[in-house]
Design a binder for this molecule. Structure first.
Ligand code: NDP
Length: 524
């Protein structure tokens, strides 16, 4: 299997030093790092060779130190700035490189995307897995949704499919998303995790219940990152060579099999082995046990979308498999650990707006919020040039003469090439072949703030409860919800139980019964 071809990057850099900083690309070259350690004299950032990096320059053996010790100053200054803001969500994670291999031809009927051109086509990938609510140092074995963000280095540029291990998102409308996340993070006054806020928000917006059903199922605490599925959550469009368009959702089924951790074991691991999932992924790859997933798509035509009894672009809904069967596409295999965590995992930045030719956003509102906010937060976290960092950029030279300058330019920045378009001094131009196909917005609807909070919030969670879970899983879910909800105030418990009863009265009654036992003084 090929990895995200380091040599390609370096060859490219060597062949075209005008556009890419060669030294920066060398960051990815392990042998270069080894050589550095074995042979070179350590320098300051200026390049000045260093004679002593263990002893500060002092006046007398006992000090004080001298401000003119530039080696000391540089060491301290660097340490002061070497942490960057953590991600506002999905802060804790691990990642690995690998390959996507197309194994089935049918997808070609639906998309002209280069990575789906023919069976056997390989595309390098990087995946970052994460928890959602916890901070950088938080435990891996918590009950939480897991991020499953895939970066495909396609021949037509980066494709970031920023998915989760849960098939649905928490809310339908992006304006509700920041509050959904805040309610799952720390209380602004106490700085403690706040289950009262969690259930307050959730019970005021019942559209959250579908994701909660997954979260409090046994799959809410997966056994590491290798034993869970990945879902695109959002709906996309696929456009084929004839410009015919269908809607799609992507699904990655784990080939390792689903495996979850029992809550008491998860709690013990959270104390004894906080980095359980990152360690598991790293060790598996080091031991040659490469984790893999089978990729599928679901396909919905425009006509079906118009007539479907749910809004197909609602991120809190799934597309039932019986109505929209899984179409197999390929295999995703992870086979190389990062050589530098900070450069390759912490600096990795996924942007749902990175979509190559042949794949397009659908009207999915939640996706539209994500098209804006991911890159926005990355500019805060990593700076204006985040997309140009080695882990984030395509395996070929990008031609972006109007997108340059800003803090931290680290390449030639297109030299004296005109920074406006069009201009009379260069041949770089657009290509009509890549124009998005035109499409019609149905019935030119009125612009308004439509209330979507009350749309079919319970039907799919009910199906999940009645037909997917078995008796033991239902019992475990009741227990898990009650254990979590017991910290909420009574009026919030009542409202949340009413919401759960909307899914199924057995669920509501079961949770209420458990709460009475866990906290008799509050619930009687
Ligand atoms: P299916 O029976 O075809 O699919 C059920 C899905 O639920 C499968 O993907 C299955 O994964 C997954 N699942 C099974 N057990 C659990 C569990 N304990 N916790 C979480 N997920 C589990 O039916 P439908 O497609 O008609 O969906 C029925 C309901 O299943 C939906 O309303 C939704 O709530 C839920 N669901 C649907 C998914 C979809 O994309 N259609 C995806 C995930 C959940 P596996 O195949 O590994 O057993």
């Amino acid at each position: 299997m090929c990895d995200r071809s380091l040599n390609q990057v370096i060859d490219f850099a060597e062949s075209d030093k005008n556009y890419v900083s060669f030294k920066f690309c060398k960051l990815r070259n392990i042998s270069f790092a080894k050589k550095l350690i074995q042979q070179e004299t350590i320098t300051e950032l200026s390049g000045a060779k260093i004679g002593d990096k263990l002893n500060s320059m002092t006046c007398g053996k006992r000090g004080p130190v001298l401000l003119q010790d530039t080696i000391l100053l540089e060491e301290l200054r660097q340490f002061d700035v070497e942490r960057i803001p953590e991600r506002v969500v999905h802060a804790k994670g691990g990642g690995a490189f690998g390959t996507f291999i197309m194994t089935h031809q049918q997808i070609t009927n639906y998309t002209k995307a280069a990575m789906f051109s023919h069976v056997g086509k390989e595309t390098p990938v990087f995946i970052r897995f994460s928890t959602v609510a916890g901070e950088l140092g938080s435990a891996d074995t918590v009950r939480d949704v897991r991020g499953f963000a895939i970066k495909f280095y396609t021949d037509d540029g980066i494709w970031d499919l920023v998915g989760n291990n849960c098939p649905t998102g928490p809310v339908k409308d992006p304006i509700r998303f920041p509050s959904a996340m805040r309610s799952r993070k720390r209380n602004p006054r106490t700085h403690l995790p706040d289950r009262n806020a969690f259930w307050d928000f959730a019970s005021l917006l019942p559209e959250t219940v579908h994701q909660l059903m997954f979260l409090f199922s046994e799959r809410g605490i997966p056994d590491g990152f290798r034993h869970m599925h990945g879902f695109s959550i959002n709906t996309f469009k696929l456009v084929n060579a004839k410009n015919d368009v269908v809607y799609t959702r992507f699904f990655f089924r784990t080939n390792q099999g689903i495996k979850n951790i029992e809550p008491p074991v998860a709690q013990r691991l959270a104390a004894e082995n906080r980095d359980y999932s990152i360690r598991d992924l790293y060790n598996a790859i080091e031991n040659g046990e490469y984790p893999s997933w089978t990729c599928y798509v679901q396909i919905m035509t425009f006509e079906e979308a118009k007539n479907w009894y749910y809004n197909p672009f609602d991120a809190t809904k799934v597309w039932p498999h019986k109505e929209f069967p899984l179409v197999e596409v390929g295999q995703l295999i992870l086979n190389r650990n990062p050589v530098n965590y900070f450069a390759e995992v912490e600096q990795s930045a996924f942007n749902p707006a990175n979509i190559p030719y042949g794949i397009e956003p659908s009207p999915d509102m939640e996706l539209h919020g994500r098209l804006f906010s991911y890159v926005d937060t990355q500019r805060y976290r990593l700076g204006a040039h985040a997309p140009k960092l080695p882990v984030n950029r395509p395996n070929f030279r990008t031609v972006t003469p109007t997108i340059r300058d800003g803090k931290g330019v680290f390449d030639d920045n297109f030299d004296g090439f005109p920074n406006y378009y069009p201009n009379s001094y260069s041949n770089a131009k657009t290509d009509k072949h890549f124009v998005d196909p035109a499409y019609r917005v149905t019935n030119t609807p009125d612009v308004d703030r439509y209330d979507t909070t009350d749309e079919d919030n319970f039907d799919q969670p009910k199906i999940f409860w009645e037909t997917v879970l078995n008796d033991k899983e239902r019992k475990n879910m009741i227990q898990a919800i009650a254990n979590h909800m017991k910290e909420a105030q009574l009026f919030i418990q009542r409202r949340a139980v009413a919401m759960l009863s909307g899914v199924h009265e057995d669920l509501g009654n079961g949770v209420w019964e458990q709460l009475r036992q866990l906290n008799t003084t509050r619930c009687t």
